[in-house]
Design a protein around this ligand. Structure first.
Ligand code: GCU
Ligand code: CA
Length: 771
């Protein structure tokens, strides 16, 4: 408010803005006056005495009243009013924050973290009630409260919440979430998600069977809040068409929020095209709390060092030290990647840009994350609304504006163009157990017709030297611990809707063509997929052929369901989808002829862990197979029936006792072998064929030292195994070992070689894989 008024006055808008304040209090009706850009906004009339400290309001209103009585609109009056307005101290945001934080129950947090929080809250409460608090005291109280709230440590372990992609998301009231090109920012203990609501997004959600290219008309910037990053509560529209100067905005998008410690304001930094206010630029809107209705603060058309006005996509990145940066490429050409500081004093300017990357092909969807002390700048191809692999450059020092490596593709984004998205923004979650980065991809489906859902969020972890993107359609996330796991309905097939490519191609992304006979080009994606989707896969020719596509994916062991929508034309001698697991076992879903899209399914497929291959194949003299909406879902995590052997179940032998006193075992107990050399546990397993097989033996060793055993298969010692301490008898681990088996029955004996005997043995899995 103070900034807004000052800004207005500097630009000669005193009469408009200040007299609005006056008339609001005096007559209730805004006065008409010359209208510079900012003054068109009548937001001032939203505020009243309660929004300010009592003494600053009293001082302001006495000046205002004396001027009103004199009917003053001369230069001196304006100056006086300017000074009075500058003296206003807004406490509205602080009051809102205090009221919100008072709802936190002490019992939910560790007392170590609660004590400083309670202190900051009491102090903030005092400042909010202090009639003569200064603007900097208000800002300091807000910062201290948010910092203490951000440091609150949950007393419990949190819960896993499910994130499902490839669907349209709703808020906690069941209303559609329309949020694109935005960002998630953590203020205090709460995540706030800002983004843009476009008209096309509503239309596409209602009827997702066509494009709505032209419909990028800006509706509003909603803000949602969440503690777990999964359940989002609608809070407010921080900006709408009635926010000055957005009434006639040509484009509003790509935004982020900076909390400024000096002003205590939340600054929304938005890419905008404002034809009547200078063209392309960065628009700054300001609010007094994260969910406030924001007001105009500044419009900056040019960032120093950028070759063009405006930005070619941008996000706001907040570093660990609270400093905020604008991450962007230049508007025209978009070949340069820039990092600019937001002005520290008030976050209302983008400071001169520092170039950190260059690619002549152009990059957009620029966003940054930090992991293990390194900065990663990610961007997409210059594909308009379409999907892209994610290009990364990483910092080679701890300086965000220092040097960066050359570009590489973020591992895991190649097979399906980053789960059919364009880079949107990242959220880094610092959990009590691990840090997880969330890649928040935008699927501009309303403009590119690339599938269902606008928001596709996937975890990024670091395995080895580089980050790894996990293209999961469903996962579960614990925002307290930072842990995540694949969700039960995850579709392990990648690019299963054949829509990642954006255009018709002879080689569908994520799938490898193969040909056994016939013409060289058997494969393409085609317009017109199942369920009104845009693309499907087509295999075939008008002559004799055999061939199709394959995809290799990594899967955990389990029982799976394979499904697909399919249709055929002409006559096919074979049409099939086959899954082959790491052990070479395969199962085939045969597709009967059908002229319309029909769902086909094969369930109860045992799949071992490791690299599995999905093969879609057709053979014909003259005909086509169309496939869409492929699904490979793990319906049960258990080892396929018949392959798990409990130590307590005959014909297993336990030279000791079957106990059940240490939790965590499977079945009804475990083998507690006698503490003696030679006191073995034995299993009998059936192998379908002779050859090497992987065994998984589950054990717990609560003793401090490792326990050694011979592994005796069919009477011959094939290995010696050391069962290291698991730290507790209730902590179970699985050891894997590969052994030669005969076709049919085999005895597997674990024969301890020292007086300590075996660890406690829970079960043996046949076909388990390492991990
Ligand atoms: C303890 C423990 C047993 C275990 C044994 C051992 O007695 O309760 O479950 O088998 O130690 O050292 O083998
Ligand atoms: Ca024992």
């Amino acid at each position: 408010m103070i900034g807004t008024l000052r800004k207005t006055l500097e630009r000669g808008g005193l009469v408009a803005a200040a007299w609005l304040v006056m008339s609001m209090a005096a007559s209730g009706a805004p006065a008409a006056a010359a209208e510079p850009l900012e003054a068109r906004d009548s937001h001032v009339s939203r505020y009243s005495a309660a929004d300010y400290t009592a003494s600053s309001w009293a001082a302001f209103s006495s000046v205002r009243d004396s001027l009103t009585q004199r009917g003053g609109d001369d230069a001196t009056a304006r100056e006086k009013l300017q000074m009075a307005a500058d003296g206003l101290v807004m406490v509205r945001g602080l009051k809102n924050l205090v009221a919100d934080y008072k709802t936190r129950p002490a019992g939910k947090y560790t007392s170590d973290s609660w004590v400083p929080f309670a202190k900051a809250l009491a102090n903030a409460d005092g400042v909010a009630a202090d009639a003569s608090a200064t603007a900097s005291e208000v800002a300091a109280a807000k910062t201290a409260l948010a910092t203490a709230a951000g440091n609150l440590v949950a007393a419990d372990e949190g819960t896993f919440q499910t994130i499902t992609n490839d669907v349209f998301w709703n808020d906690t009231s069941g209303n559609p979430i329309y949020s694109q090109g935005g960002g998630v920012f953590k203020f205090g203990d709460t995540y706030y998600w800002y983004g843009v609501h476009y008209t096309g997004a509503e239309l596409y959600r209602t009827n997702p069977t066509r494009k709505y290219d032209g419909d990028v008309s800006f509706v509003s910037i909603p803000v949602y809040s969440s503690k777990d990053l999964v359940n989002w509560k609608f809070e407010n529209r921080v900006a709408t068409r009635s926010t000055s100067p957005l009434a006639n905005a040509g484009w509003v998008g790509r935004l982020g929020v900076s909390y400024n410690e000096n002003t205590g304001k939340y600054v929304l930094v938005v890419q905008a095209y404002l034809p009547s206010s200078g063209g392309d630029g960065v628009l700054f809107l300001q609010g007094d709390s994260p969910t406030d209705t924001f007001d105009y603060a500044y419009f900056q058309t040019q960032v120093v060092n950028s070759p063009t006005t405006g930005t070619g996509d941008q996000t706001v990145f907040t570093d660990d030290d609270g400093k905020d940066y604008l991450i962007f490429s230049n508007r025209s050409g978009r070949s340069r990647a820039f990092v600019s500081k937001l002005r520290e004093s008030d976050s209302l300017r983008v400071e001169p840009a520092v170039q950190i990357g260059y690619n002549s092909a152009g990059r957009e969807g620029n966003a940054m994350f930090k992991l293990d002390g390194k900065y990663y700048h990610a961007a997409s191809d210059l594909h308009g609304w379409n999907t892209s692999v994610t290009h990364v450059i990483e910092s080679t020092s701890s300086n965000i504006q220092g040097s960066y490596t050359g570009e590489y593709t973020l591992a895991g984004t190649e097979m399906d163009y980053s789960h059919v998205t364009q880079t949107g923004f990242f959220v880094t979650v610092k959990g009590t157990k691990q840090n997880t980065v969330i890649y928040a991809g935008d699927r501009w489906a309303d403009f590119a017709w690339n599938g269902i859902g606008y928001n596709q969020w996937m975890p990024v972890t670091k395995t080895g030297a580089r980050p790894q993107f996990h293209s999961v359609s469903q996962w579960q996330f614990n925002a307290t611990t930072g842990e995540w796991r694949v969700g039960p309905a995850n579709n392990y097939a990648l690019n299963p809707n054949f829509q990642a490519d954006r255009i018709i191609v002879p080689q569908v992304q994520g799938w490898t063509n193969f040909r056994e006979s016939g013409p060289t080009s058997l494969v393409t994606n085609v317009d017109g997929g199942a369920n009104g989707s845009r693309f499907a896969l087509r295999i075939g020719a008008t002559q004799s052929y055999a061939g199709g596509v394959r995809q290799q994916i990594t899967v955990p062991a389990g029982v799976y369901r394979l499904s697909a929508f399919a249709r055929t034309t002409g006559s096919l001698s074979a049409a099939q989808v086959t899954i082959t697991d790491a052990g070479g076992a395969s199962r085939t879903l045969n597709i009967p002829a059908s002229s319309g899209w029909t769902r086909r399914e094969l369930a109860e497929i045992p799949v071992s862990a490791g690299t599995a291959t999905i093969t879609i194949r057709a053979t014909s003299g003259n005909g086509y197979l169309f496939v869409d909406d492929l699904g490979l879902v793990r319906t049960s995590g258990d080892t396929p029936p018949g392959q798990r052997h409990e130590a307590e179940t005959a014909p297993a032998v336990c030279q000791g006792t079957i106990d059940a006193n240490w939790a965590g075992f499977s079945g009804s107990g475990f083998c507690n072998g006698n503490n003696a050399a030679g006191a073995y546990a034995q299993f009998t397993v059936n192998a379908s064929a002779a050859g090497p097989a992987t065994l998984g033996i589950r054990f717990a060793n609560g003793a401090s030292g490792a326990r050694a055993a011979n592994l005796v298969v069919n009477g011959s010692t094939v290995a010696t195994v050391s069962f290291e301490s698991t730290g507790a008898w209730t902590t179970w681990a699985t050891k894997t070992v590969t052994v030669p088996l005969n076709a049919g029955g085999n005895t597997i004996r674990w024969d301890p070689t020292t007086a300590a005997g075996l660890p406690n043995i829970d079960y043996l899995d046949l076909g388990a894989t390492a991990g």
